[in-house]
Design a protein around this ligand. Structure first.
Ligand SMILES: [Zn+2]
Length: 290
């Protein structure tokens, strides 16, 4: 059997699956009550043990927020958790006896959408999560592309304007500065959800900010198309709840490129798996690496 774990800042999800990837059961809990990494590992191991019946779980993948030391299976310093240099893979291996693979959460969500969500049937797909921040996962020739150091797909840190505002990452004018919900909230003084609600109601200023961010995202789609040539973009994350507000501008921007002819213009689809994408992708990763 396989298990997939999605470790987020607010909740942890565990899914159990047959060795062909067919999901059998899933559970979730809030992250804060688990407090320590050991608490999280003990909870996950106990749930896996409870759900597996008399079958053996041989391969587990955990999707977690970066930065991650993929080779050594270490969670370095996740932005939403007060944990530092946690050897999560070896801790979970000790608790379960299974082979454990630690992976980037956006990669896992992308993999989930590729195998079992909106991206099914494609070979080259770019997953973008547009929420508080902007992240991504790349599928190239049917496989997750992680890059030389496991950090490929950092879509949010593509430089859109070298004279733009300084990003938390230290670069200027990253896509995330113009589109990330946290930055939009900082700029407008309203939480991103309120901003998008106001734009939906027709508030002129909110509409302008939202449209500008969708245009910048569209420019990122142009650059990604030119570099990767995907058949499809799949977009997830909180902002996609306002799909009707952002999709037309993104598509219009993508279509405005005279260089990307209609024949090679990728599709733009909203993610299908919602907040289950990470656990579904982790199960797939556990299957691929079993
Ligand atoms: Zn950046």
């Amino acid at each position: 059997m396989l298990a997939g774990i999605d470790l987020g800042g607010t909740q942890v999800r565990v899914a159990l699956a047959r060795s062909d990837g067919q999901l059998i059961a899933s559970v979730k809990t809030k992250t804060p009550p688990l407090k320590t990494p050991q608490g999280m590992v003990d909870w996950a191991a106990a749930e896996i043990d409870r759900l597996r019946g008399n079958q053996k779980v041989t391969s587990i993948a955990i999707g977690a927020p970066g930065p991650i030391d993929l080779k050594r299976g270490i969670l370095v310093n996740p932005p939403n958790l007060p944990w530092r240099n946690v050897p999560l893979a070896s801790m979970l291996n000790r608790a379960t006896g299974a082979k454990v693979h630690l992976a980037n959460d956006a990669d896992m969500a992308g993999l989930g959408e590729f195998h079992r969500g909106a991206g099914r049937g494609t070979r080259n797909m770019v997953y973008i999560t547009w929420s508080t921040g902007v992240g991504g996962g790349l599928i190239i020739d049917g496989r997750l592309h992680r890059g030389g150091h496991g950090t490929a797909g950092e879509v949010g840190h593509m430089i859109i304007d070298p004279n733009g505002p300084l990003d938390n990452c230290g670069q200027r004018g990253c896509l995330e500065v113009f589109c990330g919900g946290a930055n939009l909230a900082k700029e407008t003084g309203h939480p991103a959800a309120e901003l998008f609600a106001a734009a939906a109601r027709g508030d002129r200023h909110a509409r302008m900010v939202v449209e500008r961010s969708a245009r910048y995202m569209g420019l990122a789609l142009i650059s990604l198309t030119n570099v990767i040539d995907p058949e499809m973009f799949v977009m997830g994350g909180g902002v996609t709840r306002s799909w009707k507000l952002v999709a037309p501008t993104m598509l219009e921007t993508l279509r405005s490129s005279p260089f990307i002819k209609p024949a090679r213009r990728p599709l733009l689809r909203r993610a299908r798996l919602g907040d289950r994408a990470g656990q579904v992708g982790a199960v797939e990763w556990a299957r691929i690496n079993q």
